[in-house]
Design a protein around this ligand. Structure first.
Ligand SMILES: [Zn+2]
Ligand SMILES: [Zn+2]
Length: 123
């Protein structure tokens, strides 16, 4: 395969942006991949920056995802809280058992979350 710009040179890499073959004379190492020209290098870096911003806004990469048990416990706690509150209204007296169970789930969720934060190696 020959360079798309220098017919006499053999291509050593493929541009990561446009997919053209490039020789050592045209190769631009962007740090993220090989580009065949400055325009492609710029575009590559822009794409990379865009991806990074997208990841950051989605919370990906900055932190490992939460263990699934945290939202699960929290969700159960929420259901029990709503149930307990509802039962306390429709029945005479406060439904302590359900509310206590709701509190227990919230505590479990918080404890799991805290343990996860403490074990996180990046922070
Ligand atoms: Zn290119
Ligand atoms: Zn070339």
């Amino acid at each position: 395969m020959h360079c798309y710009r220098h017919r006499e040179n053999y291509a050593v890499a493929i541009c990561q942006n446009c997919g053209k073959a490039a020789c050592p004379d045209c190769c631009e190492d962007t740090g993220q991949g090989i580009a065949c020209c400055w325009t492609c290098a710029e575009e590559l870096q822009q794409t990379r920056r865009l991806n990074e911003r997208l990841k950051q806004s989605l919370g990906i990469g900055a932190q490992p995802p939460l263990p699934a048990s945290v939202p699960t416990y929290f969700f159960f706690g929420l259901i029990l809280l709503v149930t307990g509150t509802y039962l306390s209204f429709v029945r005479p007296g406060i439904d302590f058992l359900t509310l206590a169970m709701a509190a227990a789930f919230f505590v479990m969720s918080a404890v799991t979350y805290k343990r996860f934060r403490n074990s996180c190696p990046t922070c």
